[in-house]
Design a protein around this ligand. Structure first.
Ligand SMILES: Nc1ncnc2c1ncn2[C@@H]1O[C@H](COP(=O)(O)OP(=O)(O)OP(=O)(O)O)[C@@H](O)[C@H]1O
Length: 278
C-alpha cells in the first residue's frame, strides 16, 4: 500500500440494520495524505454514511476500508483510527459536552490518558489555531454559532488527528462563521492536514483539490478539481453548479481572464482589474 495513502476503500457497502437496501455500495476510492476532498450529492445519497466509514464509526458490511494501512474491521485498531480521523458534525451543540471552553478542548486528550502538562499544551495549541484563546475560561453557551463550531474543531484538533472529516460543518453558520471556520481549515490544510468535507454548498468545492459525487449510494464521480471545472461533470450528475463557474467559463471563453484563475469571485475580479489596467 502506498505510504502516502491515508484511505483506501475497496468495494465498500454498508446496510443499516433493518434496511434491505444498502446506504452505499460498490465504493472504491483512495485518498492521499494532504488532500482536501469534497463530497457532494443529493440528500440520502450516502455521504454521511461514507464519512462514518472513514473513521471506523461504521464498519462496512462488505468490502474493506484501510486507514493508513489498518483495516477498520479489526477492533484492535479502531481506537487508533478514531484518534487519527476526527469528525466535526453539522450541529456543534450536539458535540459540546463541557460547560467551559478549555474543559471542552481538554476532554479528548484527557480520555487519551495524557499527562496534565501535555493536555494543557494541546488545549493552548488547539485554542490558538482556532482563534479561541481569549475564550478559554468562558462558558461554552456564551459562544456564537461560528465560535461553537470552531470549538468543536478545536476539540477534534486536540486529538492531533491526521485527518479532519467535516459532515456539513458549515451548513448552520452565517457567512462570517463560515469564513472563520474555512480560514482555519485552509491554514491546517496548507500545513499538511488531510480534509474530507461533506457539503451541500458547491462553492466550497473550490477549497478542495479532489471532488467525489455520490448518487444513490454509488460513487458517480471521483476526480480532481480541474476535471470538474473543465467539463460539465456536476451538471451532468444533477448537481447545481455555483454561479461563479458559469461566469468563469464565459470570461475565460472571451479571453477576459487568464487560464490560471479559479472561479472565485475575488480571483476573477482581481484578474479582470489587472487586465483592464495593464
Ligand atoms: N441510522 C440509520 N438507520 C437506517 N437508515 C439510515 C440511517 N442513517 C441513514 N440511513 C439511510 O441511509 C441512506 C444514506 O443516508 P446518509 O445520511 O448517509 O445520506 P446523506 O447523503 O448524508 O444525506 P443528507 O444529505 O440528507 O445528510 C438514506 O437512505 C438514509 O435514509
Amino acid at each position: 500500500m502506498a505510504e502516502d495513502r491515508i484511505f483506501s476503500l475497496r468495494d465498500i457497502a454498508f446496510c443499516y440494520p433493518g434496511n434491505d437496501e444498502p446506504a452505499i455500495s460498490g465504493i472504491t476510492m483512495d485518498i492521499n495524505v494532504g488532500w482536501w476532498v469534497t463530497i457532494v450529492g443529493d440528500n440520502g445519497s450516502g455521504k454521511s454514511t461514507l464519512a462514518k466509514i472513514l473513521n471506523a464509526l461504521l464498519i462496512p458490511t462488505r468490502g474493506v476500508c484501510y486507514v493508513l494501512g489498518r483495516d477498520t474491521r479489526d477492533p484492535a485498531v479502531q481506537w487508533d483510527i478514531r484518534k487519527d480521523v476526527c469528525m466535526v458534525f453539522q450541529n456543534p451543540e450536539n458535540q459540546i459536552v463541557a460547560s467551559v471552553v478549555e474543559e471542552e478542548v481538554a476532554f479528548g486528550p484527557e480520555n487519551l490518558g495524557l499527562p496534565s502538562e501535555d493536555i494543557a499544551m494541546r488545549v493552548r495549541w488547539a485554542l490558538g489555531v482556532t482563534g479561541l484563546s481569549e475564550f478559554a475560561k468562558k462558558p461554552t453557551y456564551a459562544l456564537s454559532g461560528g465560535q461553537k463550531q470552531r470549538l468543536a474543531l478545536a476539540g477534534a484538533l486536540a486529538m492531533r488527528p491526521k485527518c479532519i472529516v467535516l459532515d456539513e460543518a458549515t451548513s448552520m453558520l452565517d457567512p462570517e462563521g463560515r469564513r472563520e471556520l474555512t480560514g482555519v481549515l485552509k491554514r491546517l490544510h496548507e500545513e499538511g492536514m488531510t480534509v474530507v468535507s461533506i457539503t451541500h454548498r458547491t462553492e466550497e468545492l473550490l477549497l478542495s483539490d479532489h471532488v467525489a459525487v455520490l448518487s444513490r449510494g454509488k460513487l458517480a464521480f471521483y476526480g480532481d478539481l480541474n476535471e470538474v471545472l473543465s467539463g460539465s461533470t456536476l451538471s451532468k450528475l444533477g448537481i447545481r453548479e455555483p454561479s461563479s463557474f458559469r461566469l468563469w467559463r464565459e470570461l475565460k471563453g472571451r479571453g477576459l481572464i487568464d487560464d490560471r484563475v479559479l472561479p472565485r469571485a475575488e480571483d476573477m475580479a482581481e484578474n479582470l482589474v489587472e487586465k483592464i489596467c495593464l
